[in-house]
Structure formats: C-alpha cells, structure tokens
Design a binder for this molecule. Sequence first.
Ligand code: SF4
Ligand code: SF4
Length: 447
Amino acid sequence: MNTSTFKGGIHLPGYKEGTQGLPIVLAGIPDKIYLPVSQHIGAPCVPLVQVGDEVKKGQKIAEGKGFVTAPIHASVSGKVVAIEKKQHPGGNFVNCIVIENDYKEEWADTVKPNSHPEELSAEEIRKIIFEAGIVGLGGATFPAHVKLAPVEGKKADYILLNGVECEPYITADHRLMLEKPERIVAGLRYILKSTGCEQGIIAIEENKPDAIALFQKMLAKEKNIRVQALKEKYPQGSEKHLIYACTQREVPVGGLPLDAGVVVHNVGTAAAIADAVEEGIPLIQRIVTLSGDGVNKPTNYLVRLGTLFSSLIEESGGYSGDVEKIIAGGLMMGKTVFTAEIPVIKGSSGIVVLKKTGKEKEREYSCVRCAKCVDACPLFLEPTTLVKLAKRRLWEEAEQNNALSCIECGSCVFVCPARIPLVQYIRRAKQEIGALKAKAKSAGGKK
Ligand code: SF4
Ligand code: SF4
C-alpha cells in the first residue's frame, strides 16, 4: 500500500479491536432528550421554543446570530418540559432544551426530500447545509457552511475528507465508511459542487484496509476523487498534518487550510450533508463509539442528539468495575467528565470509560530533560520550555515560543517519563495569551 504521512508524531496503541468489527446499532431513544444550545464553535444559539411547546422531530428549536453558527433541531417529537442548565461534554454548564419524548416520531413539515438535488446551485446547497445545522462531526464542531462559503481571492483546489480517526478506541468513522460509503461520496460531491472545487480526496489510515479497499473499488472509474492511504501515526487526523500528508502543502502559521488551497471535512460531516441535501434531514443524530475497559459491552451506536451518556452506558450493560474516568471524545484529545449525566452533542464521536488501574495517584516528577516531548511534538514546539514559561507566568515569552500553535494533541504527555501534564500548562498559557490579546484589543492596542 502506498502510504503518506507527516514528520513527528507518535505511535499509539489503537485499542480499536473492541468495536471496529461491530456494526452500528440504533441506540434506544430515551424518554427525555437534553439539547444544549451550544453544540458548535461560535456564539450559543437562542431557544425558539418555550416550556410547554409541542415540537416535531427535525423542527428548528434554537438558532444563533451571525454567520459562524448552526441551528439546533429537535431530535424527537414531544413536549418542551424545561430549559435549564446542564453539564456539557466540554465541562461547563450550558442551557439545555429538555424535550419529553412522545414516541410518535412525527417529522416537522420542513423535513422534505429534495426531488432533484442534482439541480441545486452551489448557493442553494450551502443554504441547506446551514439550515440543517451541520457542523464538523470529527469533534471540531466548526459550522460546515462557513468552510464552504466563497472567500475573495482564495480557492480550494482540493476537498479533503478526513477518515483517519487516529484517536485510540474510536471507530465511529470506520464503521460509517464500511456501512454507508455511498452517503460519504454523495456528500463529497455536494461539497465539491458547493465550492466549485474539482478534486476530492478521501484520506484513510492504513489500519482500516477494508475501508481503503472499499472506496478504491467504488471510485475506480472516478477521475476527480481519489483515496489516499496514510501511515498509522498520531495525530495524523489533525488538519495541518492531514493536508501535508495528502498534498505536501503547508498551512501557514496562523493561517487556515484554505490558505493552502484545501478545505477539510470529516467523513461523517459529508454523510450528514448528503442526508440534508437529498432527504431534507437536519443533524439530529450521529454515530458514537462507546468503548474502554470500564464498560461491559463496547458498541458503535447511532444516537439521537441529546441522549445522556448514562443511557448508552446502561444499554451497554453498565460499568464493568470501578471506573477511573469517563472521557467525552477520544483518549488523547477528549475531555474527562465527572458524571455520565451529560448529553451526546453534535461533536460527540466517542465516550471512553476506563477502569481504575491503581496508578491514578502517581505524582508529577521533575523534568529529566530527556527531550522526548520535543521529538514527539508534531508542531516542532518545545513543550518543556512552554511549561517552564507557564509555571513562571511568562505569557508573552510563551507566545513568542509559539504556544498558540499547540493543537493540544497530547503526544508530549504520552511520552513524558516524568508524568508532567504538559498540555494542561500549555492550555493555561494559551488562555492567558488570549486574555491578554483581548485586553489589548479592547484598550485599542495593536497586539
Ligand atoms: S506541545 Fe501541543 S502540539 Fe506539541 S505535542 Fe504537546 S500537545 Fe501536541
Ligand atoms: S518528556 Fe517530560 S521529562 Fe522529558 S524533557 Fe519533556 S517534559 Fe522533561
């Protein structure tokens, strides 16, 4: 297999054996659904419904102002019984629209199939994608229509579909590629049309040879779409590294993929786009891998948004022992959450439940200057230097040392023999630098 990759990065155990061979199962639809008004990058949405309102499945129930936003739709039919704060997978408390399911599964009038999707213009496709509330389903949750909008002076030469899924344990995209490849390709074609771009690439890591073979066969006669096999390496799925591996183009520091002539979408996002354009179905469900040694029956679920993690864990036979942690997202870039009473949102690709190992209390040791973190960093940063600066609260120096370029991939932490939580320190530095910049901006400074 002819594979590409990037410089740096690390080799991680995949832990995918538990779910990669398991077909997607429709998760039970619970009595109550909790839909946070913030499920995307951008300002939170504002509810369009009130307590007591009856809603239909697929009805728009919240929307935001401005361009960088994505509306939210009811994932079941029923009655709005509360709008209240609830813990979000991101860790904070967010207003949730709570819908009591009436199990009638009645669709909203707005959900209608499109009889001639092939006749839609680029602008019409982008509008459908916006109205359907589609965001990046790989976890980034950036509103999909924003990436497709024309930008003066810039043009995409490639639309790159990310089917890498390099996070340990997560197999949601892998199963989608095996079970619904035609939806992914259809979505890619709509994305190509909506941007006027002519070349599509579907990028897949070599640890999914079945998916690579399937797409290669499907696209054998296709001139404008190719399959790119990639070496198994972390974080191969990060946008910059993916773009480099597939096109040998580099995204400039502080720039966007479009600056390198590329637009990247997740394979799940492409499938959701096909459903929206052809069937008129907004984003109300997604595939979630529930895995880890802390759950009895790891499973790939098709889940209605707003279903609680606890409901999926229960459906999977509950916990398999004393749980050390529950991670919303992947092992490397996900967030540890302190309760399972948290809803699945648009960006929830996985839930990893880990059992106690007895090593949880191992403390952080002093840096032994082994430079393993420097070798592992795919952005060529010096994590150990950034941590030193963060500990001394030298935020400007941290910025000069490119702290803002850190993608928080966790590779440095994975290799550090001193168990230093490098990402936590760097994340803090990034927040402080951001706050300083905002302060300077509001004071009329130039920083
Ligand atoms: S410094 Fe940031 S980008 Fe580099 S390895 Fe650590 S987390 Fe990843
Ligand atoms: S890997 Fe850990 S111990 Fe080694 S240089 Fe980096 S911070 Fe220090």
